[in-house]
Design a protein around this ligand. Sequence first.
Ligand SMILES: Nc1ncnc2c1ncn2[C@@H]1O[C@H](COP(=O)(O)OP(=O)(O)OP(=O)(O)O)[C@@H](O)[C@H]1O
Length: 255
Amino acid sequence: MDRETMVAAEGVRKRFGRTEVLKGIDLKVRAGEVCCVLGPSGSGKSTFLRCVNHLEKINGGRLWVNGRLVGYRHRGDRLYEMREHEIAAQRREIGMVFQRFNLFPHMTALENVIEGPVQVKREPVERARRHGLELLDRVGLADRADAYPGHLSGGQQQRVAIARSLAMRPELMLFDEPTSALDPELVGEVLEVMRDLARDGMTMIVVTHEIGFAREVADHLVFMDGGVVVEEGDPTAVLDSPRQERTRAFLSKVL
Ligand SMILES: Nc1ncnc2c1ncn2[C@@H]1O[C@H](COP(=O)(O)OP(=O)(O)OP(=O)(O)O)[C@@H](O)[C@H]1O
């Protein structure tokens, strides 16, 4: 795999019981690229992200992140399953933001942001605080560092969740419908933070129903349906001139 590639999936399969949810996903995401993933409910978008982030184990195919196989390591010609500490190290390179932000309610915004660096990476508290404040500033919440999640709006909480992921200095950020649980008037502020991250060159895979965002920010658009990548390419091309009937049918419902 070349150094430009951040994520590579080759024939990735995932089953839950007898149901095969991912039926051979082939996908490449280059470093610095924003890849938006669209598709109907149940098409396997979240499952794919969860596989990239070790939250699910694949049943077939190969998945690489940042030059390394996810969950396996080579010894000579043989592959071995990674041990827990190796998986933890690999996961630290990946930030993930979910639909529900799940901040610790008894911790302030800043305490939420520095929890990972201090507890997991053993960063000195003062350094983590300085970086945490910079990140809260970056997501437009410098003045809410001492607020508890219960006193923040959904959009503000989601921005804290983004800062919390960034605090681990990830190489790759995964977003799983980060705005779909928000009131419509709060969606824009979260998308703005994501747009800003994209401008800074962060590699991102974004599962979203925000077609406008995908059109504007994505370098690469992927349409998934039934556990496969049906169509992918330049966002304008896929959105305006889809080649596949399934893509056309989906877009005609959401556009
Ligand atoms: N842990 C699980 N156990 C059993 N089935 C699961 C599990 N996780 C997901 N599935 C099933 O896998 C299929 C794909 O789910 P997934 O959440 O990946 O789809 P999605 O494209 O992200 O959908 P949505 O847009 O609704 O979030 C669904 O049928 C779902 O019910």
